[in-house]
Design a binder for this molecule. Structure first.
Ligand code: F0G
Length: 402
């Protein structure tokens, strides 16, 4: 590991020792002081995964790592859906292939390893579902107590059952994710509880490896990377990954970062449309994509910076467009993602209409979570079962082919 320093994105104060938040309560960025100059040759012999990039991750010793085998997810070239949208080079990075079925595992392997380094005995998060599933699994792996605070009635069944089976203590609050996060931030003032929401700088370090992997898998930097946005940590982390590749002279360019939000939960898109440098939180966010049902994203400042400084863009998509894109990706490519992930695919049509991308560009969409996380949304919205009374084969064939 290279030595690193933490710097507050609000007041600029720096720290050489580990902490989660600045004394002003601002979020902290990790920057490396002396990364080795032979990064590429060190990485080449290791398989593609989060820990291939150990030298640019903030864990002090490999023996501290808590891992379930995260990262190394497939980057699919999607010719059929590309053709549907009129795009020549469309790729989907399927983060549903992670151990608990979402990109959160990239952050949790680093974040929980740091919790262990700090000697924490309990970890805590607020979540729309995936963060809690992931934290619960990594806490179990590390032998830590885990508390997750969830918005009551708004967490998809697959995610909830993961948190239950991994043994997390589940607290359901009658409120939104934004309110749950506020509660967790207050609870984490008790230093016995180590917070692992995306205010934790070490978690984002794990998530930035998505950028490193895309570069390694494509052998080049794509023109555009499209990311679904909720609390806005992931788009910020991926942008940081690309910026570091450039900073350490592994690449020369960075992609344009595009954020996609659901229409009913789109504070970042609203700010972008108005050309603003701050967001107006949305009081009662609502969308079928419960993972990104967030009105007051904590990483808004980083996300707007990623979008503006990469010459990127932000678009919102309706629930119907999200469900349509989910179906398209499954039926044209055999990739089943949850609704929030499908937002990145749904955004493509708008990006073409608004002439933000053109058909010859290399586009990567991040599919953030597995479709089995939220089976209800599929069965509720698409009923394609044919019920047959008869058990006679020729009757069944007659019914099917009529
Ligand atoms: N896609 C999925 C499947 C998610 O679970 C999330 C966030 C996002 C996209 C958005 O990522 O917050 O970094 O902008 N889920 C969080 C959770 C909020 O609690 O599981 P983001």
């Amino acid at each position: 590991m290279a030595k690193y320093r933490l710097k507050c994105i609000e007041c600029g104060l720096t720290y050489d020792d580990d902490r989660v938040l600045c004394s002003c309560n601002g979020l902290l960025d990790v920057s490396y002081l002396n990364p080795p100059s032979d990064l590429r040759s060190r990485w080449v012999g290791r398989r593609i995964s989060v820990w291939r990039y150990f030298e640019l991750l903030p864990v002090k010793s490999m023996s501290n790592i808590v891992s379930l085998g995260e990262g190394g997810t497939i980057l699919y070239r999607c010719g059929r859906i590309g053709e549907y949208f009129g795009l020549r080079e469309l790729y989907v990075k399927n983060e549903g292939g992670n151990p608990t079925g979402s990109f959160k595992d990239r952050g949790m392997t680093v974040g929980v390893s740091k919790a262990v380094e700090h000697g924490a005995s309990a970890v805590i998060c607020a979540s729309t579902g995936n963060t809690s599933a992931s934290l619960a699994a990594y806490a179990a792996r590390a032998g830590l107590k885990c508390f997750v605070i969830l918005p009551h009635g708004k967490v998809a069944l697959g995610k909830l059952s993961q948190a239950v089976i991994y043994g997390a203590n589940i607290i359901s609050i009658k409120g939104s994710f934004d309110e749950a996060l506020k509660v967790v931030r207050g609870m984490a003032e008790d230093h016995r509880l180590y917070i692992l929401n995306s205010i934790n700088p070490f978690r984002l370090e794990g998530q930035k490896t998505t950028a490193y992997e895309i570069y390694d898998q494509l052998g080049s930097i794509p023109d555009v990377v499209v990311v679904p946005v909720g609390n806005a940590g992931n788009i910020s982390a991926i942008f940081k990954g690309f910026m570091e590749l450039k900073q350490y002279r592994l690449t020369e360019s960075i992609p344009r970062m595009v954020g996609v939000q659901a229409e009913g939960a789109s504070p970042i898109v609203n700010a972008f449309r108005e050309g603003l440098r701050h967001i107006e939180p949305i009081e009662n966010p609502e969308t079928v994509a419960t993972a990104i049902r967030i009105g007051n994203p904590v990483n808004w400042r980083r996300a707007l910076n990623a979008i503006y400084s990469s010459n990127g863009y932000a678009v919102s998509v309706s629930d119907m467009e999200i469900l349509e894109a989910q179906k398209l990706l499954a039926r044209l490519e055999g990739i089943f993602v949850e609704p929030a992930s499908a937002a990145s695919i749904a955004g493509l049509r708008k990006l073409l209409e608004e002439k933000v991308i053109d058909r010859d560009e290399h586009i990567v969409c991040i599919a953030t979570g597995h479709g089995l996380k939220d089976p209800d949304v599929v069965t509720r919205n698409m009923n394609s079962t044919i019920v047959v009374e008869s058990k006679d084969a020729s009757e069944v064939v007659k019914k099917l082919l009529k």
